[in-house]
Design a protein around this ligand. Structure first.
Ligand code: TXA
Ligand code: MG
Length: 329
């Protein structure tokens, strides 16, 4: 496995790997992150593949400064105040995506919001500057393993699933960033971290609630992480189409027929998407949320989805689709 001590030369190589769609684990002040170009859907899909996550949780996008963040999300007044006080540092903000936000929909797991953070670690900053990219980066561990605070943790957990590990010793904070949701009426902490609720409330001049306390209660499912699901029904494992249905294909749809007559391949463009004509699960994951959004139109009776193999990234794709089919987003 490719572990390199972080210096000018290795950071330049890491930046170039990222620009080519590769995965690079890099240090931040909180934990090591598993980074990919946030604008490249297939690179982001490979993060989920490497982590072996059976679900698409939204990811944090790392940027060099507030100006770079403002190109991705709507920085409201509260966000600007929090950024001025706590960035760079161990704090993530959830904000509405800008209309023209170029970040892959997979980073947001289809939601209208995006998590952004400006890390303080010198190596993370150098990598962001050198690559000129926004980097999607969850903690650099396989799903179910502890968050990595040393290069050895990353290597043990991810092995060859990552193209390169930039090593810079142990992380100083050692705990994931505070996640602050500023996309709704009341500021809410979704994940506690080094920056506390009182500190944030002092900057905002109003109270900050800790949604974690509510989230843990099974009585308040409305407070659980909201997932994106289309407004129209989703039908799985379709082998043909009902009239009025839109098609979300996987692989060849040459032989898909429409009940009562007609072929799926003759549907108008607006009613037909293909996650991957070659049956590539990485490509399918990268396309999933954008294509669901494309087909989620009131003039369609439902979205009929062809069978997707339940292996590798297909497990996370099927998890998302079956929640949508059961109407629980
Ligand atoms: O310290 C950290 O934050 C590390 C380093 C690498 O920066 N990153 C990290 O990322 O912990 P990850 O993907 O393991 O955690 C992201 C957290 C999850 O709890 C996720 O649910 C939440 O942020 N999150 C991300 N985007 C969200 C969104 N749009 N809405 C709600 N929650 C979101
Ligand atoms: Mg994690």
């Amino acid at each position: 496995m490719n572990i390199a001590v972080a210096n000018q030369d290795s950071i330049a190589r890491a930046a170039s790997l990222l620009q080519q769609g590769g995965l690079v684990a890099f240090p931040t002040e909180t934990v090591y992150g598993l980074g990919a170009n946030a604008l490249d859907g297939q690179a982001v899909a490979r993060i989920f593949e490497a982590k072996g996550r059976p679900q698409f949780n939204p990811l944090i996008v790392h940027v060099a400064d507030s100006t770079a963040a403002a190109a991705l999300v709507e920085m409201n007044e509260a966000a600007r105040a929090v950024a001025a006080q706590f960035w760079p540092g161990p704090l993530t903000m959830i904000l509405p995506r800008r209309e023209d936000c170029p970040v892959s929909a997979l980073c947001s797991a289809g939601l209208k919001t995006l998590a952004v953070r400006v890390p303080a670690h010198k190596v993370a900053q150098q990598l962001l500057q050198e690559s000129g990219l926004a980097l999607a980066a969850p903690s650099a561990n396989r799903s179910g393993n502890l968050s990595p605070t040393t290069p050895a943790h990353v290597a043990d957990s991810l092995g060859d699933a990552v193209d390169m590990v930039l090593a810079a010793g142990p992380c100083t904070v050692g705990l994931e960033s505070t996640v602050l949701d500023l996309s709704t009426e009341t500021p809410a902490i979704l994940r506690p971290g080094a920056v506390g609720a009182e500190e944030i409330a002092a900057v905002l001049g109003r109270p900050v609630i800790c949604e974690m306390e509510v989230t843990d209660s099974p009585k308040s499912p409305g407070q659980l992480l909201r997932h994106y699901a289309p407004a129209i029904p989703v039908r799985l494992n379709a082998i043909d189409l009902e009239p009025g249905e839109a098609l979300l294909a996987f692989g060849s749809d040459k032989f898909m027929g429409i009940k009562g007559g007609g072929a799926a391949k003759d549907l108008p463009e607006i009613a037909r998407r293909n996650l991957s004509t070659s049956g590539d699960l990485v490509e399918a994951a990268a396309n999933l949320f954008r294509m669901l959004h494309d087909l989620d139109r009131p003039e369609h009776k439902a979205i009929a989805v062809m069978n997707i193999p339940d292996q590798g990234l297909g497990i996370a794709i099927n998890d998302r689709l079956s929640r949508a089919a059961e109407g629980r987003g």
